[in-house]
Design a protein around this ligand. Structure first.
Ligand code: RB5
Length: 146
């Protein structure tokens, strides 16, 4: 895929981010790495917002976010209507967030998920298409919060 996959994390996700970026690049993906670049403590909203800007500005169509739990950084990213970020813990969640929710960002808890499960989830997320149909109406509504 020529469009970059954006990745961002806080200190709690740095180690897993480095591992997954290596896999993405080895598989030929272009990676837009938005940081963080070390295990020094940082604030996850900054990185969730950086992801949302990259998606909004068309610099990437898919994203990967990692913090300690996956939760804080997903909340930050999901404050932006262009983002549909899903915290995922297993392959079924990775498949369903694409098929039903057209999720464009996958989020992991670097302190919760094992590296092999995370890689499996990421691959499923990237390979699975949105089913559309009845789900399209619901996903459209997500872009127009009241
Ligand atoms: C940082 O210690 C931790 O709070 C953060 O990585 C994340 O888990 C927040 O949701």
């Amino acid at each position: 895929e020529s469009t970059p996959i954006a990745v961002a994390c806080d200190h709690g996700g740095f180690e897993l981010k480095q591992m997954l970026v290596g896999h993405l690049k080895a598989e030929g993906h272009v990676v837009l790495d938005l940081g963080t670049d070390s295990t020094d403590s940082v604030d996850y909203p900054e990185f969730g917002y950086a992801m949302a800007e990259a998606i909004r500005d068309g610099k990437a169509t898919r994203g990967l976010l990692i913090c300690g739990s996956g939760i804080g950084i997903s909340i930050a990213a999901n404050r932006h209507p262009e983002v549909r970020a899903a915290v995922v813990h297993d392959g079924l969640g990775a498949r369903l967030c694409r098929q039903h929710n057209d999720a464009n960002v996958i989020c992991f808890g670097g302190r919760l998920i094992g590296p092999e499960v995370a890689l499996d989830c990421l691959n499923i997320f990237l390979e699975t298409t949105f089913e559309g149909g009845r789900h399209a109406r619901r996903v459209d509504k997500l872009s127009k919060p009241r």
